[in-house]
Ligand binder design. Sequence first.
Ligand SMILES: Cc1cc2nc3c(=O)[nH]c(=O)nc-3n(C[C@H](O)[C@H](O)[C@H](O)COP(=O)(O)OP(=O)(O)OC[C@H]3O[C@@H](n4cnc5c(N)ncnc54)[C@H](O)[C@@H]3O)c2cc1C
Length: 366
Amino acid sequence: MPEFLPKELEEFRADLLDFLIDKVNLSSIELKDACLAKGIYKIPQPIEYGGSDAGPLKLAVCYETVASAGISNISDVIGPAPGILSGANDDIAKNYLYPMLRGDKTGSFAFTESDSSNPTVATWIEGDLRITGKKSYVSSVHNSDFMSVVLNVKHNDNSRPSGQAVLVIDTTTDGVVIGEPFVSLDGSAHSEVTFNDVIVSSNHVVGAIGEGIPRAIGGILKERLEQAAIATGMAIYAMSLVAENLMISHRSGGTLGDLEGVRLRYGEMRINTFATRATLYRAARILEKDQDSINEVTSAKVFCTETSSSIIDSAVQLVGGRGLINGHPLEVIYRKIRSMRLAGGATDVLRLSVSKGALEFDAGIL
Ligand SMILES: Cc1cc2nc3c(=O)[nH]c(=O)nc-3n(C[C@H](O)[C@H](O)[C@H](O)COP(=O)(O)OP(=O)(O)OC[C@H]3O[C@@H](n4cnc5c(N)ncnc54)[C@H](O)[C@@H]3O)c2cc1C
């Protein structure tokens, strides 16, 4: 328990852990129902939608605790947040945001473009936008009702607004082609999405044209803190699995925990878990106070996912071959943490953006 948490968050964490202890093997639906009844599921949602409007620090506690309890499908415990749709116009709120928060619709996020020859652009046709291009890695889009798409609105004079924007597009709109889903190492499914002259009302622009990147970054920032918290919780969970394993009798005669070489490695893992946790909570506190803490939150995402990855790798090593058997808790988190070093921004690309923030915009504190 980070001793610098306010008392009510310490109690919240202890209560949440206690609640989750016997929920690890529930089905998705059972877990979601139990979390709805407990008031956890809507925790990231504003009070007016039945949530508790939790800030970054409480959310960090929440995500870390759920992952530390060994629950890998975290979205069954903590439901959707407004994210990139925060502050959208009434139409988008009524037709997409509220139904998503109620659980009646699901959305996905389309940002990544691997194929630079076919960028996603929109051009004006009277009051509507015509979209062409391709997104390469859209998670769960085959099961989504709509996508929040980051694209470039182009116009050859100043008579219409242009620039980066976020546009809400129904997955069933004419001209939207969703490719066959492919599954990544962590078990999640994604698709390529092609836009063939898709016509969408300009009323579907979230916020203003020109603020697409800041809006995407705002959503991504919360997601990065969430990933840092989940990575930290996974490291704590891995440590508990290792500690258990070090206490049982081993063919060497005693227990693995008796061996000095093993203790050295275990000590290093604890030190790294301590540093990961300290980084997470420092970044969460900074974000709680300052919405422009992109450098600190990005640093935490990189540090927590990379360090947790090395801790989980060592955990597999200490537990031995059993830890790699399909379905073993370490095998599951080993695959998941690997993906988290790319999803939400590749580690090296984020290192570059931290450098850019510091050197060109004087952003971030040490
Ligand atoms: C599980 C998972 C879920 C995902 N979900 C989504 C989603 O829902 N929506 C979405 O839009 N995307 C999603 N993605 C895609 C993810 O955002 C990208 O994979 C990630 O941003 C990296 O982009 P890329 O794959 O195109 O790799 P690239 O950008 O090609 O980078 C590959 C590597 O090249 C190096 N590199 C790249 N650029 C530079 C540079 N400028 N300088 C130095 N080195 C560089 C880095 O080492 C980097 O790791 C998901 C990915 C995963 C793994």
